[in-house]
Write a protein that binds this ligand. Structure first.
Ligand SMILES: Nc1ncnc2c1ncn2[C@H]1C[C@H](O)[C@@H](COP(=O)(O)OP(=O)(O)OP(=O)(O)O)O1
Ligand SMILES: [Mg+2]
Length: 153
């Protein structure tokens, strides 16, 4: 101690190891179409993916789905239903457990808006039988495995 000023001991925090995150992705269905947008984020850049994002602390999957779709597209969704979960080791640094939710727009005439232009080039409805390419890796894997998000009735 000099001049009566207490020195704070230097502390070194070890770098925390990368951890898996929880993502929520939404199959927003309109008739036989699904809403997709071309990603502009580093992960999956230029691939077509569902709206969605990371689960926030304290949120339910359905709350996250509703919030992310509203933030990214402006669309208000309804009838949120859990579909499935996948484990995605996307790169050395990105590992996401992704929960898939199905939903429908409250107003089928409401147009999706590109509210996060730094993350998505634009949203559009695509026929499930005629999806654009390339799809975001985890979504492509699901399609290849024969997954179908539409209700069986
Ligand atoms: N269609 C999908 N299939 C599989 N995983 C997905 C899908 N969409 C998103 N994810 C996973 C991987 C992403 O790294 C993660 C978060 O989604 P992403 O769209 O990148 O976040 P975000 O930037 O919109 O939201 P946030 O601001 O919450 O991070 O969720
Ligand atoms: Mg997103």
């Amino acid at each position: 101690m000099e001049n009566g000023v207490q020195q704070t001991p230097a502390t070194t925090t070890p770098p925390s190891p990368p951890m898996p995150k929880v993502g929520v992705a939404v199959f927003l269905l309109k008739g036989s179409k699904v809403l997709l947008g071309k990603r502009l984020s580093a992960v999956g850049h230029s691939t077509f993916a569902l709206p969605g994002g990371h689960l926030e602390f304290g949120e339910s999957f359905e709350e996250c789905a509703t919030r992310e779709v509203k933030e990214e597209t402006g669309l208000i969704i309804d009838k949120t239903e859990y579909l499935t979960v996948t484990n995605n080791v996307i790169s050395e640094k990105v590992h996401t457990v992704c929960v898939f939710i199905r939903a429908v727009p409250v107003d089928v005439n409401q147009k999706p808006e590109t509210l996060e232009p730094e993350k998505c080039a634009g949203w559009d409805w695509y026929e499930w039988n005629n999806l654009p390419k390339p799809l975001f890796g985890p979504l492509e894997d699901m399609v290849q495995s024969g997954f179908n998000p539409f209700p069986t009735t």
